[in-house]
Design a protein around this ligand. Structure first.
Ligand SMILES: CCCCCCCCC/C=C/C(=O)SCCNC(=O)CCNC(=O)[C@H](O)C(C)(C)COP(=O)(O)OP(=O)(O)OC[C@H]1O[C@@H](n2cnc3c(N)ncnc32)[C@H](O)[C@@H]1OP(=O)(O)O
Ligand SMILES: NC(=O)C1=CN([C@@H]2O[C@H](COP(=O)(O)OP(=O)(O)OC[C@H]3O[C@@H](n4cnc5c(N)ncnc54)[C@H](OP(=O)(O)O)[C@@H]3O)[C@@H](O)[C@H]2O)C=CC1
Length: 291
Protein backbone atom coordinates (compact mmCIF):
# COMPACT_ATOMS: atom_id res chain seq x y z
CA UNK A 1 0.00 0.00 0.00
CA UNK A 2 1.35 3.46 -0.88
CA UNK A 3 0.63 6.73 0.90
CA UNK A 4 -1.83 7.54 -1.93
CA UNK A 5 -3.86 4.34 -1.59
CA UNK A 6 -7.31 5.24 -0.26
CA UNK A 7 -7.94 3.41 3.00
CA UNK A 8 -11.39 2.11 3.82
CA UNK A 9 -12.55 0.72 7.12
CA UNK A 10 -15.20 -1.85 8.00
CA UNK A 11 -17.51 -3.77 5.68
CA UNK A 12 -18.25 -2.67 2.15
CA UNK A 13 -21.95 -2.31 1.31
CA UNK A 14 -22.31 -5.76 -0.26
CA UNK A 15 -20.69 -7.47 2.73
CA UNK A 16 -22.82 -5.47 5.16
CA UNK A 17 -25.98 -6.44 3.29
CA UNK A 18 -25.08 -10.14 3.46
CA UNK A 19 -24.27 -10.46 7.18
CA UNK A 20 -26.25 -13.17 8.99
CA UNK A 21 -29.49 -11.96 10.59
CA UNK A 22 -30.03 -12.64 14.29
CA UNK A 23 -33.56 -11.22 14.23
CA UNK A 24 -36.67 -12.50 12.51
CA UNK A 25 -37.37 -11.00 9.05
CA UNK A 26 -40.58 -8.95 9.21
CA UNK A 27 -39.98 -7.88 12.81
CA UNK A 28 -40.46 -4.21 11.84
CA UNK A 29 -43.12 -4.66 9.16
CA UNK A 30 -45.42 -1.63 9.10
CA UNK A 31 -43.10 0.49 11.25
CA UNK A 32 -41.20 3.66 10.37
CA UNK A 33 -37.65 4.06 11.63
CA UNK A 34 -35.65 7.31 11.48
CA UNK A 35 -31.84 7.05 11.46
CA UNK A 36 -29.50 10.05 11.51
CA UNK A 37 -26.03 9.81 10.00
CA UNK A 38 -27.25 6.90 7.87
CA UNK A 39 -24.96 7.68 4.94
CA UNK A 40 -21.92 6.01 6.49
CA UNK A 41 -20.50 3.67 9.09
CA UNK A 42 -22.61 2.69 12.07
CA UNK A 43 -25.68 4.63 10.90
CA UNK A 44 -25.66 2.86 7.56
CA UNK A 45 -25.41 -0.53 9.27
CA UNK A 46 -28.38 0.37 11.49
CA UNK A 47 -30.45 1.45 8.47
CA UNK A 48 -29.51 -1.71 6.51
CA UNK A 49 -30.58 -3.94 9.39
CA UNK A 50 -33.97 -2.24 9.85
CA UNK A 51 -34.55 -2.47 6.08
CA UNK A 52 -33.85 -6.21 6.19
CA UNK A 53 -36.40 -6.46 9.03
CA UNK A 54 -39.12 -4.77 6.95
CA UNK A 55 -39.12 -1.19 8.25
CA UNK A 56 -39.76 1.89 6.16
CA UNK A 57 -36.84 4.26 6.67
CA UNK A 58 -36.36 8.00 7.12
CA UNK A 59 -32.66 8.72 6.69
CA UNK A 60 -30.79 11.95 7.22
CA UNK A 61 -27.27 13.35 7.30
CA UNK A 62 -25.67 16.36 5.67
CA UNK A 63 -24.34 14.72 2.52
CA UNK A 64 -27.08 13.89 0.00
CA UNK A 65 -24.85 11.76 -2.21
CA UNK A 66 -24.06 9.37 0.64
CA UNK A 67 -27.74 9.18 1.59
CA UNK A 68 -28.84 8.51 -1.99
CA UNK A 69 -26.36 5.65 -2.28
CA UNK A 70 -27.70 4.22 0.97
CA UNK A 71 -31.33 4.58 -0.18
CA UNK A 72 -30.71 2.33 -3.19
CA UNK A 73 -29.46 -0.41 -0.89
CA UNK A 74 -32.31 -0.01 1.58
CA UNK A 75 -34.89 -0.58 -1.16
CA UNK A 76 -32.94 -3.57 -2.48
CA UNK A 77 -32.78 -5.02 1.04
CA UNK A 78 -36.57 -4.97 1.37
CA UNK A 79 -37.58 -1.63 2.81
CA UNK A 80 -41.00 -0.87 1.26
CA UNK A 81 -40.31 2.89 1.14
CA UNK A 82 -37.50 5.28 2.04
CA UNK A 83 -37.48 9.02 2.67
CA UNK A 84 -34.15 10.79 2.15
CA UNK A 85 -34.00 14.21 3.76
CA UNK A 86 -30.59 15.91 4.04
CA UNK A 87 -30.59 17.61 7.44
CA UNK A 88 -28.05 19.27 9.68
CA UNK A 89 -29.25 18.16 13.12
CA UNK A 90 -27.77 21.32 14.67
CA UNK A 91 -30.45 23.41 12.98
CA UNK A 92 -33.70 23.02 14.91
CA UNK A 93 -35.78 24.38 12.00
CA UNK A 94 -34.25 21.77 9.67
CA UNK A 95 -35.10 19.08 12.22
CA UNK A 96 -38.72 20.28 12.29
CA UNK A 97 -38.80 20.11 8.46
CA UNK A 98 -37.45 16.56 8.61
CA UNK A 99 -40.35 15.54 10.84
CA UNK A 100 -42.89 17.41 8.69
CA UNK A 101 -41.63 15.46 5.68
CA UNK A 102 -41.68 12.14 7.55
CA UNK A 103 -45.24 12.58 8.84
CA UNK A 104 -46.43 13.83 5.46
CA UNK A 105 -44.99 10.77 3.74
CA UNK A 106 -45.70 8.04 6.30
CA UNK A 107 -48.09 9.54 8.88
CA UNK A 108 -46.00 8.08 11.66
CA UNK A 109 -42.53 7.50 13.09
CA UNK A 110 -42.10 4.58 15.49
CA UNK A 111 -38.38 4.50 16.22
CA UNK A 112 -35.73 7.21 16.22
CA UNK A 113 -32.02 6.39 16.22
CA UNK A 114 -29.78 9.39 16.87
CA UNK A 115 -26.46 8.20 15.52
CA UNK A 116 -25.19 11.37 13.80
CA UNK A 117 -22.25 12.88 15.62
CA UNK A 118 -18.53 12.95 15.95
CA UNK A 119 -15.55 14.89 17.16
CA UNK A 120 -11.90 15.49 16.41
CA UNK A 121 -9.04 14.25 18.59
CA UNK A 122 -7.22 17.05 20.40
CA UNK A 123 -5.64 17.58 23.82
CA UNK A 124 -8.21 19.42 25.95
CA UNK A 125 -5.85 22.36 26.49
CA UNK A 126 -5.64 22.88 22.72
CA UNK A 127 -9.36 22.84 21.90
CA UNK A 128 -10.42 26.27 20.62
CA UNK A 129 -13.72 27.82 21.73
CA UNK A 130 -15.07 27.31 18.19
CA UNK A 131 -14.04 23.64 18.16
CA UNK A 132 -15.57 23.06 21.58
CA UNK A 133 -18.84 24.64 20.49
CA UNK A 134 -18.92 22.68 17.22
CA UNK A 135 -18.64 19.33 19.00
CA UNK A 136 -21.08 20.14 21.79
CA UNK A 137 -23.53 21.59 19.30
CA UNK A 138 -23.36 18.52 17.10
CA UNK A 139 -23.55 15.84 19.74
CA UNK A 140 -25.64 17.39 22.51
CA UNK A 141 -27.78 20.11 20.95
CA UNK A 142 -28.36 18.26 17.68
CA UNK A 143 -29.39 15.09 19.50
CA UNK A 144 -31.69 17.08 21.77
CA UNK A 145 -33.44 18.81 18.83
CA UNK A 146 -34.09 15.39 17.30
CA UNK A 147 -35.39 13.78 20.51
CA UNK A 148 -37.51 16.78 21.43
CA UNK A 149 -39.21 16.91 18.04
CA UNK A 150 -39.86 13.16 18.05
CA UNK A 151 -41.36 13.19 21.53
CA UNK A 152 -43.58 16.24 20.94
CA UNK A 153 -45.13 14.58 17.91
CA UNK A 154 -45.68 11.29 19.76
CA UNK A 155 -47.27 13.11 22.69
CA UNK A 156 -49.55 15.17 20.42
CA UNK A 157 -50.62 12.11 18.41
CA UNK A 158 -51.08 9.94 21.54
CA UNK A 159 -48.70 7.35 20.06
CA UNK A 160 -45.84 5.47 21.72
CA UNK A 161 -42.27 5.61 20.47
CA UNK A 162 -38.73 4.50 21.13
CA UNK A 163 -35.48 6.49 20.96
CA UNK A 164 -31.90 5.23 20.97
CA UNK A 165 -29.01 7.67 21.20
CA UNK A 166 -25.56 6.54 20.12
CA UNK A 167 -22.99 7.94 22.55
CA UNK A 168 -19.49 6.71 23.47
CA UNK A 169 -17.93 5.05 26.49
CA UNK A 170 -17.44 8.19 28.58
CA UNK A 171 -17.59 6.57 32.02
CA UNK A 172 -13.83 6.68 32.75
CA UNK A 173 -13.35 9.97 30.93
CA UNK A 174 -11.82 9.98 27.45
CA UNK A 175 -8.44 11.69 27.07
CA UNK A 176 -8.17 13.33 23.64
CA UNK A 177 -11.89 13.88 23.17
CA UNK A 178 -12.90 15.93 26.24
CA UNK A 179 -15.51 17.87 24.25
CA UNK A 180 -17.23 14.73 23.03
CA UNK A 181 -16.95 13.00 26.41
CA UNK A 182 -18.74 15.94 28.02
CA UNK A 183 -21.45 16.02 25.35
CA UNK A 184 -22.10 12.25 25.40
CA UNK A 185 -22.27 12.13 29.20
CA UNK A 186 -24.81 14.94 28.93
CA UNK A 187 -26.84 13.04 26.33
CA UNK A 188 -26.83 9.95 28.55
CA UNK A 189 -28.18 11.79 31.58
CA UNK A 190 -30.60 13.75 29.43
CA UNK A 191 -31.86 10.38 28.19
CA UNK A 192 -32.24 9.01 31.72
CA UNK A 193 -34.18 12.12 32.71
CA UNK A 194 -36.65 12.09 29.86
CA UNK A 195 -37.00 8.30 30.09
CA UNK A 196 -38.96 9.10 33.25
CA UNK A 197 -40.65 12.32 32.09
CA UNK A 198 -41.84 10.72 28.86
CA UNK A 199 -42.80 7.29 30.23
CA UNK A 200 -46.42 8.47 30.71
CA UNK A 201 -46.58 8.94 26.91
CA UNK A 202 -45.30 5.43 26.20
CA UNK A 203 -41.92 6.74 25.04
CA UNK A 204 -38.79 4.76 25.92
CA UNK A 205 -35.33 6.36 25.70
CA UNK A 206 -32.08 4.39 25.81
CA UNK A 207 -28.43 4.86 24.81
CA UNK A 208 -25.84 2.61 23.20
CA UNK A 209 -22.16 3.31 23.85
CA UNK A 210 -19.91 1.85 21.17
CA UNK A 211 -16.34 0.99 22.09
CA UNK A 212 -13.87 0.86 19.24
CA UNK A 213 -15.94 -0.06 16.21
CA UNK A 214 -14.19 -0.39 12.88
CA UNK A 215 -16.03 2.05 10.63
CA UNK A 216 -15.57 4.99 8.29
CA UNK A 217 -15.11 7.05 11.48
CA UNK A 218 -11.61 5.55 11.83
CA UNK A 219 -10.44 7.88 9.05
CA UNK A 220 -10.58 10.79 11.51
CA UNK A 221 -7.79 9.28 13.65
CA UNK A 222 -4.02 9.12 13.11
CA UNK A 223 -2.61 5.80 11.84
CA UNK A 224 -0.44 5.56 14.98
CA UNK A 225 -3.54 5.86 17.19
CA UNK A 226 -5.56 3.46 15.03
CA UNK A 227 -2.83 0.84 15.18
CA UNK A 228 -3.36 0.54 18.94
CA UNK A 229 -7.17 0.74 19.05
CA UNK A 230 -7.66 -3.02 18.98
CA UNK A 231 -5.68 -3.39 22.23
CA UNK A 232 -8.03 -1.08 24.12
CA UNK A 233 -10.26 -3.78 25.56
CA UNK A 234 -9.97 -7.24 27.16
CA UNK A 235 -11.00 -8.95 23.91
CA UNK A 236 -8.05 -7.28 22.16
CA UNK A 237 -10.01 -6.51 19.03
CA UNK A 238 -12.33 -4.00 17.35
CA UNK A 239 -16.05 -4.42 17.26
CA UNK A 240 -17.95 -4.09 13.99
CA UNK A 241 -20.86 -1.93 12.91
CA UNK A 242 -23.30 -4.84 13.08
CA UNK A 243 -22.56 -5.24 16.79
CA UNK A 244 -24.03 -1.78 17.27
CA UNK A 245 -26.94 -2.30 14.86
CA UNK A 246 -27.94 -5.49 16.68
CA UNK A 247 -27.87 -3.68 20.04
CA UNK A 248 -30.10 -0.89 18.69
CA UNK A 249 -32.64 -3.35 17.29
CA UNK A 250 -32.66 -5.24 20.60
CA UNK A 251 -33.59 -2.03 22.43
CA UNK A 252 -36.27 -0.90 19.98
CA UNK A 253 -37.89 -4.26 19.22
CA UNK A 254 -40.16 -6.34 21.47
CA UNK A 255 -36.96 -7.59 23.14
CA UNK A 256 -36.48 -4.14 24.68
CA UNK A 257 -40.06 -3.49 25.77
CA UNK A 258 -39.15 -3.19 29.47
CA UNK A 259 -35.78 -1.47 29.02
CA UNK A 260 -35.91 2.27 29.63
CA UNK A 261 -33.30 4.90 30.56
CA UNK A 262 -30.51 2.36 30.10
CA UNK A 263 -26.97 2.74 28.73
CA UNK A 264 -25.81 -0.37 26.89
CA UNK A 265 -22.04 -0.56 26.42
CA UNK A 266 -20.99 -2.52 23.34
CA UNK A 267 -17.27 -2.28 23.88
CA UNK A 268 -15.81 -5.72 24.54
CA UNK A 269 -15.37 -4.69 28.18
CA UNK A 270 -13.28 -1.64 27.31
CA UNK A 271 -14.58 0.44 30.20
CA UNK A 272 -13.28 -2.25 32.58
CA UNK A 273 -9.79 -2.73 31.19
CA UNK A 274 -7.53 -1.27 28.55
CA UNK A 275 -6.45 2.18 27.48
CA UNK A 276 -7.34 4.16 24.38
CA UNK A 277 -5.44 7.19 23.19
CA UNK A 278 -6.81 9.23 20.33
CA UNK A 279 -3.91 11.66 20.76
CA UNK A 280 -0.26 10.68 21.39
CA UNK A 281 0.12 9.12 24.84
CA UNK A 282 2.04 11.54 27.09
CA UNK A 283 5.50 10.23 28.11
CA UNK A 284 4.43 10.77 31.73
CA UNK A 285 2.38 7.55 31.58
CA UNK A 286 5.36 5.50 30.42
CA UNK A 287 7.73 6.73 33.15
CA UNK A 288 9.52 3.90 34.94
CA UNK A 289 8.38 1.23 32.48
CA UNK A 290 10.84 -1.08 30.82
CA UNK A 291 10.23 -1.22 27.07
C1 LIG B 1 -14.54 9.35 20.59
C2 LIG B 1 -14.34 8.00 20.31
C3 LIG B 1 -13.01 7.66 20.35
C4 LIG B 1 -13.01 6.20 20.27
C5 LIG B 1 -11.66 5.75 20.44
C6 LIG B 1 -11.15 5.14 19.35
C7 LIG B 1 -12.12 4.80 18.37
C8 LIG B 1 -12.13 5.79 17.29
C9 LIG B 1 -13.05 5.37 16.31
C10 LIG B 1 -14.01 6.42 15.94
C11 LIG B 1 -14.79 7.10 16.82
C12 LIG B 1 -15.77 8.02 16.34
O1 LIG B 1 -16.47 8.70 17.02
S1 LIG B 1 -15.87 8.04 14.74
C13 LIG B 1 -16.91 9.34 14.29
C14 LIG B 1 -16.07 10.30 13.62
N1 LIG B 1 -16.89 11.02 12.75
C15 LIG B 1 -16.89 12.28 12.86
O2 LIG B 1 -16.29 12.89 13.72
C16 LIG B 1 -17.70 12.94 11.79
C17 LIG B 1 -18.39 14.11 12.30
N2 LIG B 1 -17.44 15.19 12.62
C18 LIG B 1 -17.65 16.43 12.18
O3 LIG B 1 -18.61 16.72 11.49
C19 LIG B 1 -16.70 17.47 12.60
O4 LIG B 1 -15.44 16.92 12.74
C20 LIG B 1 -17.09 18.27 13.85
C21 LIG B 1 -16.01 18.23 14.84
C22 LIG B 1 -18.31 17.81 14.54
C23 LIG B 1 -17.19 19.74 13.46
O5 LIG B 1 -17.97 19.93 12.40
P1 LIG B 1 -18.24 21.42 11.78
O6 LIG B 1 -18.50 21.22 10.34
O7 LIG B 1 -19.18 22.21 12.57
O8 LIG B 1 -16.99 22.15 12.13
P2 LIG B 1 -15.89 22.77 11.27
O9 LIG B 1 -16.46 24.00 10.65
O10 LIG B 1 -15.24 21.73 10.43
O11 LIG B 1 -14.92 23.18 12.45
C24 LIG B 1 -15.32 24.01 13.54
C25 LIG B 1 -14.13 24.12 14.47
O12 LIG B 1 -13.87 22.83 15.05
C26 LIG B 1 -12.46 22.61 15.14
N3 LIG B 1 -12.12 21.44 14.34
C27 LIG B 1 -12.93 20.75 13.52
N4 LIG B 1 -12.31 19.70 12.99
C28 LIG B 1 -11.06 19.70 13.50
C29 LIG B 1 -9.91 18.84 13.38
N5 LIG B 1 -9.94 17.74 12.60
N6 LIG B 1 -8.82 19.14 14.07
C30 LIG B 1 -8.78 20.24 14.86
N7 LIG B 1 -9.81 21.08 15.03
C31 LIG B 1 -10.94 20.82 14.35
C32 LIG B 1 -11.81 23.87 14.66
O13 LIG B 1 -11.60 24.72 15.78
C33 LIG B 1 -12.85 24.47 13.75
O14 LIG B 1 -12.72 25.85 13.64
P3 LIG B 1 -11.85 26.47 12.44
O15 LIG B 1 -10.47 25.91 12.56
O16 LIG B 1 -11.90 27.94 12.68
O17 LIG B 1 -12.53 26.05 11.16
N1 LIG C 1 -16.71 4.08 15.29
C1 LIG C 1 -16.47 4.11 16.58
O1 LIG C 1 -15.57 3.44 17.10
C2 LIG C 1 -17.30 4.96 17.48
C3 LIG C 1 -18.32 5.75 17.00
N2 LIG C 1 -19.08 6.48 17.87
C4 LIG C 1 -20.18 7.31 17.40
O2 LIG C 1 -21.02 6.59 16.51
C5 LIG C 1 -21.62 7.50 15.58
C6 LIG C 1 -21.36 7.04 14.16
O3 LIG C 1 -19.97 7.08 13.91
P1 LIG C 1 -19.24 6.31 12.70
O4 LIG C 1 -20.22 5.64 11.86
O5 LIG C 1 -18.14 5.53 13.29
O6 LIG C 1 -18.55 7.54 11.95
P2 LIG C 1 -18.98 8.36 10.66
O7 LIG C 1 -18.08 9.55 10.62
O8 LIG C 1 -19.01 7.46 9.48
O9 LIG C 1 -20.46 8.78 10.97
C7 LIG C 1 -20.88 10.01 11.45
C8 LIG C 1 -22.19 10.33 10.77
O10 LIG C 1 -22.80 11.43 11.41
C9 LIG C 1 -23.33 12.31 10.43
N3 LIG C 1 -23.33 13.66 10.95
C10 LIG C 1 -22.33 14.29 11.62
N4 LIG C 1 -22.70 15.52 11.96
C11 LIG C 1 -23.96 15.68 11.50
C12 LIG C 1 -24.88 16.77 11.54
N5 LIG C 1 -24.58 17.92 12.13
N6 LIG C 1 -26.10 16.58 10.98
C13 LIG C 1 -26.42 15.41 10.38
N7 LIG C 1 -25.59 14.37 10.31
C14 LIG C 1 -24.37 14.52 10.84
C15 LIG C 1 -22.41 12.13 9.22
O11 LIG C 1 -23.14 12.36 8.03
P3 LIG C 1 -22.75 13.50 6.99
O12 LIG C 1 -21.31 13.36 6.71
O13 LIG C 1 -23.66 13.20 5.83
O14 LIG C 1 -23.12 14.76 7.66
C16 LIG C 1 -22.01 10.67 9.31
O15 LIG C 1 -22.86 9.85 8.54
C17 LIG C 1 -21.03 8.87 15.88
O16 LIG C 1 -21.88 9.57 16.75
C18 LIG C 1 -19.72 8.49 16.55
O17 LIG C 1 -19.16 9.51 17.30
C19 LIG C 1 -18.85 6.43 19.22
C20 LIG C 1 -17.85 5.67 19.72
C21 LIG C 1 -16.98 4.90 18.90
Amino acid sequence: MTADTPVSFGFDDAALAALPLVYQPGLFDGQVVMVSGAGSGIGKAIAFLYARLGARLVICGRDRAKLDACEAWLRRLGSPDVLVQPTDIRRSEAVAQLFDAAYQRFGRVDVQVNNAGGQFPKAALDISPKGWKAVVDNNLNGTWFMMHEAAKRWRDAGKPGSIVNIVLTFQRGFPGVAHSCAARAAVTYLSKTVAVEWAPYGIRVNCVAPGVIESSGFAHYAPEARAKFSRGNPMLRHGNVQDIANAVVYLTGPSGDFVNGELLNVDGGGILWGELWTIPKPAYFNAGQTP
